[in-house]
Design a protein around this ligand. Sequence first.
Ligand code: SF4
Ligand code: SF4
Length: 283
Amino acid sequence: MVITIASGKGGTGKTTVGVNMAVSLDKAVRFLDCDVEEPNAHLFLKAVINEQTVVDTFVPEVDFTKCTYCGKCGEICQFNAIAVLKDYVLTFPELCHSCRGCLQVCPEKAVQESSRELGIIEQGRAGHVEFIHGRLRIGEAMSPPLIRAVKERIDKGQINIIDAPPGTSCPVIAALKGADFALLVTEPTPFGLNDLILAVEAVRALKMPLGVVLNRAGNGDSGVQSYLARENIPLLLEIPMDRKIAEAYSRGQMIVDVMPEWKEKFRGLYQKIEGIVNRQGDT
Ligand code: SF4
Ligand code: SF4
């Protein structure tokens, strides 16, 4: 089972939902923090890291002894990462999406493999939770390949909880792709609703089942609930606006640290997701 937790924007409590659900389950769980620009789940889980791997990605390097400046590599590049001049080929590694198109079209085999470092993957443990996260190298803009590298560590035999980056752009799609379920976290405000609608559209384009957790419930309006009812999207859990929860968060604690009775609610959240995924599989 692979559950990706996403939200249209940052600060909605996506990581809070992910870590609390992970520690509440009494089965083998993998937590994969794919918010590689700003991973912070390890702070709440207090994960002990015991393995580090550097992740590189392909970038082209031109062998000028072979290049005829035919221009084919520049034509195929969708990202302007390679430009052919009269007697020189410029490459812009930071724009390269590592599609290898230039490598394949070069008739002279003048494009060769080189690499640049994307970041690192760290793996460790927090109690019964196997923990994995990616850290994007400072200055690196291309997070999807690192997210995909983190996701290579999914273990289909376990429950995998993926913390997606905020927003609805390429990194979020990279985190969502291939999941069995998208859990969207939002807030009961017009901004929350606006971002939720964008996130729902992204998930629907990927054709996967989805459900919503409403965080800071009771602190806004009922726009989100009306939208969910209209769109037939299940509201799986409401986390109330609660001073104890906010204080725990600011101290780096989880909800279940200060209110152990919430373990049952997070287990219930997982069971609802499992029920939806199983029903989906039967149809
Ligand atoms: S495709 Fe190959 S030969 Fe043509 S310009 Fe690019 S590197 Fe040079
Ligand atoms: S690998 Fe793809 S993105 Fe990178 S320079 Fe070549 S064609 Fe462009």
